[in-house]
Design a protein around this ligand. Structure first.
Ligand SMILES: *Cc1c(COP(=O)(O)O)cnc(C)c1O
Length: 397
């Protein structure tokens, strides 16, 4: 490795900077937001209810409850499934910090189980090794939109009397053995953050099939007050509200739902567009010292949220960050999904993790790079990404 060899680009592959993860927002969303603003009902209201119904129908779950982020949704899902102080929840180190933080917010302890190298998803064999008397739940993350091995995970859960809560932040469109993953397990939680496949700016959704839990979540998401509390100032007449629990302020607004309604309408169309880019990237990168994503597993649908390359850094004259910096100089923005959770200072110090604890996650963590992959990309954008990756990799080969 020779990190001192500083990359300079005399003529970048493009003149303007291509932002990683920029959303595709069209006139339908804009018009809907304007009409919501003009209606003056800009808080939680009828559009949130409509968005919940349409999302529920898309997923095929019995219930869908809108919240203001996936992080908030994970917190509520854990509480609703009985996670309390000292309970252990098994999850993957190859995720965004919010997954682990939500476990900590619920009072639980995140217990990590290493991933499979080819899918980058939590390894059921590793989950079983981590089960103790304190284990209460498994929290799989469908990394990049690729479904986890839910059959094996559900079997482990059943055998050990554990809840299964899915982090579906990447997985709106993900299907496993003919079902949307949001139908599987006890609860699933989605993210509508800016970079996600469906965005509302900030936002999230919980899906489940249990009526009592659905009602409880609705109450907890809005201060713990009775379920249709948002109607208390409506033209149906003033109603008192009664507090049932010390709840949270996790509700979604109609402004957010206005964006979501139209994002959801185009969800599969956007998926088709990303599939074209996925195939284009796969073709272009064969033969370079990089690993392209593994083929899709049988009887599944990948949500195509992230396109990640695993760099062969042992055969490159720089490390992953050197490649990111060079692509930046070519005016291509990239992302890293993810630095393994246990390598971040907080978790490392708090839970006494060391390098070597989760070798497969560390391998990916050191080598992964996410390329621009939004449905907003033009063919020219995708070609610029390809040209820049080839130029930079060849330079460092
Ligand atoms: C984005 C993300 C989250 C957090 O979503 P927010 O809506 O921003 O709270 C959680 N888990 C994963 C895997 C994510 O990528």
């Amino acid at each position: 490795m020779n990190n001192k060899r500083k990359y300079e680009s005399v003529k970048p592959v493009r003149d303007d900077f291509l932002i990683f993860g920029s959303p595709l927002i069209l006139k339908d969303e804009i018009d809907e937001v304007v009409s919501t603003l003009l209606s003056c009902w800009i808080g939680t209201g009828p559009k949130v209810t409509r968005f919940e119904e349409e999302f529920r129908d898309y997923i095929g779950s019995k219930y869908a409850l809108a919240v203001n982020s996936c992080t908030a949704g994970l917190h509520l899902a854990l509480l609703s499934n009985g996670i309390k102080a000292g309970d252990e929840v098994i999850t993957t180190p190859m995720t965004f910090c919010a997954t682990a933080n939500a476990i900590i917010h619920s009072g639980g302890v995140p217990i990590f189980a290493d991933i499979q190298k080819d899918t980058m998803n939590i390894d059921p064999v590793e989950i079983e090794k981590k089960i103790t008397k304190k284990t209460k739940a498994i929290l799989p993350v469908h990394f990049a939109g690729r479904p986890c091995e839910m059959k094996a995970i559900l079997e482990i859960a059943k055998k050990n009397n554990l809840k299964v809560i899915s982090d579906c932040a990447h997985a709106v469109e993900t299907e496993y053995h003919g079902k949307k993953v949001g139908q599987i397990g006890d609860m699933s939680v989605y993210s509508f953050y800016v970079t996600k496949n469906l965005t509302t700016g900030e936002g999230g959704m919980i899906t489940c099939n249990n009526k009592i839990q659905a009602k409880e979540i609705k109450i907890l998401a809005l201060h713990g007050i009775s379920s249709d509390a948002w109607k208390r100032y409506s033209d149906e007449g003033y109603k008192h509200y009664l507090v049932r629990a010390p709840g949270f302020k996790y509700n979604m607004t109609d402004i957010q739902a206005s964006i979501g309604l139209h994002q959801l309408k185009r969800i599969d169309k956007n998926w088709e567009r990303r599939k074209q880019i996925w195939d284009k990237y796969n073709d272009a990168f064969k033969g370079l010292p990089v690993n392209i994503p593994n083929p899709f597993e049988k009887d599944t649908r990948h949500a195509l949220h992230l396109y990640t390359l695993i760099l062969d850094i042992d055969n490159l004259k720089t490390n992953r960050d050197g490649i990111i910096d060079a692509l930046y100089k070519e005016n291509i923005g990239t992302g890293v999904h993810f630095i393994a959770i246990h390598l971040h200072p907080y978790y490392k110090e708090k839970y006494k993790f060391r390098r070597g604890d989760f070798p497969v996650s560390e391998f990916i963590s050191d080598r992964t790079i996410s390329l621009p992959f939004s449905a907003k990309l033009t063919d020219k954008d995708a070609e610029d990404v390809i040209a820049a990756v080839k130029k930079v990799i060849n330079y460092y080969s």
